[in-house]
Design a protein around this ligand. Structure first.
Ligand SMILES: Nc1ncnc2c1ncn2[C@@H]1O[C@H](COP(=O)(O)OP(=O)(O)O)[C@@H](O)[C@H]1O
Ligand SMILES: [Mg+2]
Length: 348
């Protein structure tokens, strides 16, 4: 679906931008049918430049998991951060008094947002310096969310008690191993396998009793490198993409998303896989320097780490690959390492 200039100009006018459009560059254009086979799904992201040289990002979305009222809450949160000095793009408000408006585009009613386009390109890799800065930005966002009581009526993909969340993928796959390999892999230490599984559930259940007492506020929820825009001199310009922003227990966002950033994102070519642990230490140290945790938050970080890190999906992929290759000794060593992580406090 190509969005043409008259449509973009009309949208910008509703957002108080009257200069004529001199360039429109599609960044993403997707149109297909939903699972039901009838409802259209639309996602279009366009960079639009007007005659005075200012550029905007116009997002046009029709996806049932991204309803207009949630996009509005995500925009309000993003704009709150912007006003508090966090480097996130400024959101423009439509003539309706809302950030997210409903527009008829190519015959479909879509949710539309307009934001400032940040100069630069997507970050390609992580290193010590970026990790330190990202941790400070995340901690600062958390403090602002608390101070302004920001909320979004949506779970993040890091919610450890929502069986559909991305962070539980690894655990789900671990749970399926007996079905897949139970009969064929006799030398595999199924006793250890089960002990890991049981200990995980025990820890997770006892943590759940404290969960509702922990501060839970709106978070950006996706610090992937492609959502970090860097200037030409490689310094961070800002964080974009509030498309999956939601409410999260803040200390869970720090630990779980911190693990994701440090263990999944591509590394600077100077670094090796073994450096990831050091990057995570840096992440946590810099976060804690910027936002002081409450006593209760401090009490749960070890448990969060010990239930999330062992089941990180990339770790479970390693275990599965051992089993597929029939590398039983390697698989058993992997279980021992997993048991260590699960039962040894990380933060002292
Ligand atoms: N405000 C912005 N400033 C600069 N580039 C942006 C901005 N918003 C989006 N982009 C570009 O568009 C890409 C996709 O947008 P994003 O909001 O991350 O959506 P998603 O990841 O859900 O597709 C980004 O990775 C970035 O390159
Ligand atoms: Mg993105």
């Amino acid at each position: 679906m190509k969005i043409d200039r008259p449509v973009l100009s009309a949208i910008l006018r509703r957002y108080g931008v009257f200069g004529s459009v001199i360039e429109n560059t599609p960044i993403f254009n997707g149109q297909r049918l939903d699972m039901d086979g009838v409802t259209p799904r639309i996602k279009s992201i366009t960079k639009v430049t007007i005659e005075n040289g200012s550029s905007f990002i116009v997002k046009i979305v029709k996806e049932k998991e991204h309803p207009t009222h949630i996009i509005e809450q995500q925009s309000v949160f993003s704009q709150c951060l912007h006003k508090c000095g966090v480097r996130v793009p400024k959101r423009l408000m439509a003539d309706t008094g809302k950030y997210c408006s409903i527009e008829r585009v190519c015959g479909n009613y879509c949710s539309v947002t307009v934001e400032e386009c940040l100069d630069g390109k997507e970050l390609e890799f992580i290193n010590e310096k970026y990790i330190a800065e990202l941790a400070q930005i995340m901690a600062n966002m958390h403090s602002i969310a608390v101070a302004n009581k920001c909320h979004i009526d949506l779970n993040t993909i890091w919610n450890i008690y929502d069986p559909h969340s991305d962070i539980l993928q690894g655990y789900q796959r671990y749970s399926l191993l007996p079905k897949k390999y139970g009969d064929s892999h006799k030398g595999f230490d199924w006793g250890r396998y089960k002990a890991i599984h049981d200990t995980y559930l025990q820890k997770k259940n006892s943590l759940q009793k404290l969960w509702h007492q922990l501060p839970k506020y709106a978070v950006q929820g996706d610090f992937s490198t492609n959502n970090v825009i860097v200037h030409e001199d490689a310094s961070i310009n800002g964080i974009i993409d509030f498309n999956i922003a939601g409410d999260e227990v803040l200390v869970n966002d720090m630990v779980t998303e911190g693990i994701f950033i440090c263990y999944i994102m591509d590394l600077d070519k100077e670094l090796a896989e073994a450096d990831r642990r050091g990057l995570f230490d840096t992440f946590v140290r810099e976060y804690l320097r910027t936002r002081v945790l409450s006593k209760q938050e401090k009490e749960v970080i070890n448990d969060i780490y010990s239930i999330v890190f062992p089941f990180l999906w990339t770790r479970i992929e390693i275990l599965e690959s051992c089993l597929q290759r029939g590398a039983i000794l390697e698989a058993n060593a992997f279980l021992e390492e997993t048991w260590e992580i699960l039962t040894t406090p990380y933060f002292v």
